[in-house]
Design a protein around this ligand. Structure first.
Ligand SMILES: Nc1ncnc2c1ncn2[C@@H]1O[C@H](COP(=O)(O)OP(=O)(O)OP(=O)(O)O)[C@@H](O)[C@H]1O
Ligand SMILES: [Mg+2]
Length: 236
């Protein structure tokens, strides 16, 4: 059974179809990358999954059948679907630990909270930065903190929008390692990225989006060899 199923999803802005009958399914334990040219509809897909944008038609459901298109943003988050936005959105005046604590959510019991904080600090490698205000972190560390905030909620679906945009090669390699440690048999990870070396390092499969539709789905090596993918995207 898939962890996340997108079925015939269409999102329109006026007369423009940002997503046009898109279908894709992510397995539990899988890291799936969604790649494609600017404007292909990648961020729109995450907006639809998280309830920010309502689709015109189609379904989005979790493994247990919960239809996200009928749920509010808060209900979708409570169901364990968590997102890292394209621009890091940490709270600069709060420390790393306080930001992670927010990721746990308000109803989290103290013992659970401290266990999750410890796990998020260790998985993101931010243990030594726990008491530093987030505003004082390097750009890469901010990205990792935001991943940590997602983790602190114990998500079953993680959505990452361009997690290595603007990072150095070393920070990008470190981010790939972090994403490797987020894999779990009961968790699906969907990552949008333009950095193809990073995608190759982290993703089990790639979905190439073009004009709101799937152009290709399969391994990154096959994507690189696919004539249509080269024509609309990789060859540019
Ligand atoms: N709120 C909106 N109103 C109107 N058009 C929108 C809106 N949001 C997105 N679009 C349009 O939908 C298309 C898809 O945008 P989207 O942001 O999903 O692309 P993307 O694949 O994430 O691109 P990028 O790689 O540049 O981030 C674009 O043409 C964009 O201009
Ligand atoms: Mg985008």
């Amino acid at each position: 059974m898939s962890a996340l199923v997108i079925d015939g999803l269409t999102v329109v802005f006026g007369a423009f179809r940002a997503l046009d009958g898109l279908s894709l399914a992510v397995d539990p334990g899988e890291v799936r990358a969604v790649i494609g040219p600017n404007g292909a509809g990648k961020t729109t897909l995450l907006d639809a999954i998280t309830g920010i944008t309502r689709p015109k038609s189609g379904r989005i459901h979790l493994g247990d059948g919960l239809d996200l298109t009928k749920r509010s943003e808060a209900e979708i988050a409570r169901a364990g679907v968590r997102r890292k936005f394209q621009k890091p959105s940490v709270f600069p005046a709060l420390t790393v630990r306080e930001n992670l604590s927010l990721g746990c959510g308000p109803g989290c019991p103290a013992a659970t909270r401290s266990a999750r904080l410890a796990a998020a600090l260790s998985e993101t490698g931010l243990e030594g930065r726990a008491d530093v205000p987030a505003g004082a972190l390097a750009h890469g560390e901010k990205q990792w903190l935001e991943i940590g905030m997602v983790l602190a909620s114990e998500p079953r679906v993680i959505l990452l929008d361009e997690p290595v945009a603007g990072l150095s090669d070393a920070e990008t390699a470190r981010t790939a390692e972090i994403i490797g440690t987020l894999r779990r048999p009961d968790r699906a990870i969907l990552v949008i990225e333009h950095d193809m070396a990073f995608v190759e390092a982290v993703a089990d499969r790639v979905t190439v989006l073009h004009e709101g539709r799937t152009l290709f789905e399969g391994g990154m090596a096959q994507a690189r060899a696919d004539a249509r993918v080269i024509e609309v995207f990789l060859g540019r």
